[in-house]
Design a protein around this ligand. Sequence first.
Ligand SMILES: Cc1cc2nc3c(=O)[nH]c(=O)nc-3n(C[C@H](O)[C@H](O)[C@H](O)COP(=O)(O)OP(=O)(O)OC[C@H]3O[C@@H](n4cnc5c(N)ncnc54)[C@H](O)[C@@H]3O)c2cc1C
Length: 235
Amino acid sequence: MTDTAEFVSIHRMTPKVKQFQLKLIDSSWDFKPGQHTVIHFDRDGKQVNRPYTPTSLPFNSGKEFTLAIKRYGDGNASLYMHNREVGDNIEVEEPHGNLYLRNFDRDVVFVSTGTGITPMVTMLKHYIKEGRGKAYFFYGEKTQENIMYRETLDQLEAENKDLKVYYSLSDEEWKGMEGHIQEYIPKKLERFGEKDFYVCGVPQMVVQTEELLKEKGVEPGRVFTEGWERDAVED
Ligand SMILES: Cc1cc2nc3c(=O)[nH]c(=O)nc-3n(C[C@H](O)[C@H](O)[C@H](O)COP(=O)(O)OP(=O)(O)OC[C@H]3O[C@@H](n4cnc5c(N)ncnc54)[C@H](O)[C@@H]3O)c2cc1C
């Protein structure tokens, strides 16, 4: 079952990513930050469905939320979304899924690449509001201009002594960390057993991070992912 939402504002975040603010017309939602919706639309007589993760906590009495969507040149849904205008409507499913915060007393570690940052940003904001430990945010992208939420993350870090943010670039030389983001987890963290881990992004990164955490003695029940990544790597 879907609900209808209206595009109330659209703006460009990075050269390839737009943020969409959507307002539900006849419904309101009470989802957990980190869970994803599914958009539905019709293309050439065929139904297209794609998951996207709200990047805001539900606001305006659960009626509004934001999505951040990266455009792929030949992408079906991402192009469709990038061609929408304020005032258009879209069919959306009430959010569900495995990524949401489980424990507000333990330290948390968020690891993501690319648009995998969308559930992490919203869970981080949730944790800053209600969490009682430290938060570590690891984010990998190819180049600086593609880093999503850099201003938000830098500002949150400046305002919260218990938050540490790490970026790594895999395709550009800069003054910061370079290479795959997961390589920095053992270099930057200690006491792995005291932390919960949330991981989202390219499947190879998710699987390598799971394996690295296993080697560090982290129980599998402390590592939260969407859950489909290992199948994607083994395909
Ligand atoms: C749970 C979940 C949450 C998601 N949340 C978000 C989100 O918040 N924001 C967001 O932008 N995306 C998100 N995605 C990805 C999104 O669902 C689509 O897969 C993506 O937008 C591409 O869809 P498309 O129809 O445009 O491309 P398709 O028509 O499916 O594919 C077109 C082309 O794009 C390429 N392509 C598709 N996806 C990727 C990719 N991830 N990396 C590299 N190339 C790719 C394909 O190889 C193909 O050549 C999420 C995915 C999942 C599973």
